[in-house]
Design a protein around this ligand. Structure first.
Ligand code: GAP
Length: 466
């Protein structure tokens, strides 16, 4: 069940506490574009670092790359994105709302537009008197295809290698998926490293899509980040490895704090598979606005490498000792960074009624994802306490981002850190100056305990960061 109120609270918390801001606000805003603030950028970095550690560094069968956003334009012809990465678009002539035509028909008539031509969808809209959901009028333009790739113009003069481009210009595309940069470097990676089939190449980076109807905060945006793996395999192994990768993806969800009961597999029906896929299973998550795609796992067969062979004229093959060269097949586990951030925040957001009748909001995030690992407070703004607190803060920087806070009543400081998910707070008080002990206060239980400063790092490491 969609919970719009909950979503509004989460968006407001993100803005208030410096997690995520709508971008370009001083110019009146820029639709569907967001800035990760001081805390949001920490959450995002924690997720990306964890992913890289787990899927690239900790696996003997994986390596990483960091490819460019602008790739040779032929890439997108070979991959099928120039011809096929389209949505059906329609404009309301009255209020100028720009709408996905298939979504309009689906919600009005409950008809699936998959495979219908633009003319057929136009006919459905006019013959059934469908209304514009924004203004209620029934005057639409014809339905037309709209390519979701952003294009840009290169300053460099046309060269023989890009003279095939449409209109003879110097158009390049901002990549709509990070995957293709990996396929383009398959040969370089094989030639320069000691990888052996099966092996994977991982990459984290920006992708851009000119989405017609973005929305739901950072769920669907025009500029986002992906963490993708292209895992090169023998064709015969695809079924078994597909299951293994899906298990890995489910484990990842648990490890970033997403409850198992809120993560659901979704098998794409055969007739709705992307042009490159023989099987795709998504993991959907129960966001406050409904059950939606979080991640995906696709069996891309040998489609991409075959296409790049054809378009580039280069051999992109694997050869076992004594065997014939062949094009490996590919499994693709793909993870959206922004959707990971949103899902972890939604899963962690909790409102609690306390025994004294007051309420608190807590982000019950896993310490590994939490933007601030430890907060250190001097009880009073007094000489001695402040210095000691700064001293302790320095020692605790080994755990990641830590924060010093001496503003306002201690209870308020605890509440602020509950709201941003700080797993533990450390308070320096009068006793600290006498006996070198501090109070540690746990975010989830709110229990407080005295700990020797000399044992503090060890205690926090064992309880929160091991
Ligand atoms: N290489 C395959 C691929 O790009 P996709 O399902 O189109 O597949 C992969 O995208 C992931 O990227 C999605 O599961 C989602 O997490 C994220 N994603 C896709 N479009 C997005 C958008 N407009 N805004 C935010 N995240 C998006």
């Amino acid at each position: 069940m969609a919970d719009q109120k909950l979503m509004e609270k989460i968006v407001s918390l993100c803005k208030r506490r410096g997690i995520i801001f709508p971008s370009s606000e001083i110019y009146g805003g820029f639709a569907n574009s967001y800035t990760y603030g001081p805390l949001g950028s920490e959450i995002k970095k924690n997720i990306k670092d964890l992913w890289w550690q787990r899927f690239v560094r900790n696996r003997e069968d994986m390596v990483g790359i960091d490819g460019p956003i602008l790739l040779h334009p032929k890439t997108w012809e070979a991959s099928g994105h120039v011809a096929g990465f389209n949505d059906q678009l329609v404009d309301c002539k009255n209020c100028r709302a720009r709408l996905r035509a298939d979504h309009l028909v689906e919600s009005a008539l409950n008809i699936d537009c998959e495979g219908l031509s633009d003319a057929d969808v136009t006919k459905l809209i006019t013959e059934n008197d469908i209304q514009c959901p924004k203004c209620g009028k029934k005057e639409f333009t014809e339905v037309r295809k709209f390519n979701l790739m952003f294009s840009t113009e290169m300053a460099k003069a046309e060269t023989p290698s890009n003279s095939h481009l449409s209109g003879g210009g110097n158009i390049a595309y901002l990549r709509p998926e990070t995957a293709q940069a990996i396929f383009l470097e398959y040969k370089n990676v094989v030639d320069s490293t000691r990888v052996k089939l099966p092996f994977g190449i991982g990459q984290i980076g920006k992708a851009f899509r000119n989405e017609i109807t973005p929305g739901n905060f950072i769920f669907r945006v025009i500029e986002f980040e992906q963490m993708e793996i292209e895992y090169f395999i023998y064709e015969k192994d695809w079924k078994e490895l597909f299951e293994k990768w899906f298990d890995e993806m489910k484990k990842w969800c648990t490890d970033i704090g997403l409850p198992t009961e809120n993560c659901h597999p979704y098998e794409h029906p055969k007739e709705k598979l992307s042009h490159y896929s023989k099987r795709t299973v998504d993991i959907e998550f129960d966001f406050p606005f409904g059950k939606k795609e979080l991640y995906g796992l696709a069996y891309r067969t040998d489609f991409d490498l075959s296409q790049h062979e054809k378009f580039s004229g280069q051999k992109l093959r694997w050869r076992d000792e004594g065997g014939e060269p062949f094009i490996p097949h590919v499994l693709e586990p793909t993870f959206g960074v922004d959707r990971s951030v949103l899902a972890t925040i939604c899963a962690a957001y909790t409102e609690e009624k306390l025994e004294d009748g007051s309420e608190r909001v807590v982000l019950r995030m896993k310490p590994v994802i939490a933007p601030v690992k430890v907060a250190v407070f001097p009880l009073m703004k007094k000489d001695g306490m402040q210095e000691k607190a700064h001293e302790i803060l320095k020692q605790l920087q080994i755990f990641g981002a830590v924060e010093y806070d001496d503003g306002g009543a201690i209870g308020k400081r605890y509440r602020r850190h509950d709201e941003i998910g700080t797993p533990v707070c450390v308070t320096v008080d009068y006793d600290t100056l006498q006996d070198d002990t501090v109070t540690i206060r746990d975010r989830d239980t709110m229990k407080q305990e005295r700990v020797k400063i000399s044992a503090l790092a060890q205690v926090l490491s064992e309880r929160y960061f091991s």
